[in-house]
Write a protein that binds this ligand. Structure first.
Ligand SMILES: Cc1cc2nc3c(=O)[nH]c(=O)nc-3n(C[C@H](O)[C@H](O)[C@H](O)COP(=O)(O)O)c2cc1C
Length: 183
């Protein structure tokens, strides 16, 4: 696939089927992530693939965070369940920590490049993804479940991977709105 075609086809998938993604496709996407540019070659991105048992724990935590133990109807539980359990893979993206603020900023940029490479590689294999953030991605219990040390790494998002419905087209910025010329 042409790179520009993959860039234009990539979309955030919100609704995933339960179809599994082969391991080779996941590994190819990680290899693509590892080709991202990175100042000072710190390679600060890590992807933690969360297995089924731990996915259940993440689901329970999400229900707790979202509904705070209030009584909820089954429909809402089912929607959250499908959201968290349907995608074939949950990769927790984290960034290696540093005390150097300049490096931290550049490391985050490198991580974002790595995640984009990963998503584009998946597109080439006909697989969708979604980068999500929110309370669950910063909650200390998530670090515990994923066995990620908060003193060594910061979770920067959940990357949901799988097959799903491609959302409707959205308006993108025009070239004129983002490109300026100064002569
Ligand atoms: C850092 C980051 C965090 C995001 N977090 C969420 C999220 O929590 N929930 C969500 O639905 N989408 C999230 N997204 C996806 C964006 O909403 C999505 O990219 C945007 O709607 C444009 O759609 P597209 O990816 O299909 O172009 C996130 C994207 C980025 C880059």
């Amino acid at each position: 696939m042409e790179i520009l075609q993959a860039i234009k086809e990539r979309r955030t998938i919100h609704s995933f089927s339960k179809r599994r993604v082969p391991k080779e496709i996941i590994e190819r996407s990680i290899d693509a992530a590892n080709q991202a540019p990175c100042h000072r070659m710190t390679y600060p991105w890590r992807f933690t693939s969360i297995g089924r048992k731990k996915r259940e724990l993440i689901l329970q935590l999400q229900l707790k965070i979202k509904f705070d133990d209030k009584p909820i109807d089954q429909k809402k539980i089912d929607i959250t369940k499908a959201k968290l359990l349907n995608p074939s893979h949950l990769l927790i993206a984290s960034q290696l920590s540093t005390n150097n603020q300049d490096q931290k900023r550049e490391d985050y940029a490198a991580c974002a490049c790595a995640i984009q490479n990963l998503s584009l590689s998946l597109v080439e294999d006909g697989v969708g993804s979604k980068w999500s953030t929110g309370k669950i991605t910063t909650d200390m219990r998530t670090y515990e479940i994923a066995e990620i040390s908060p003193s060594e790494e910061e979770i920067i998002g959940f990357i949901w991977v799988g097959y799903g419905d491609i959302p409707s087209p959205i308006n993108r910025p025009t070239i004129n709105s983002t490109l300026r010329e100064r002569n």
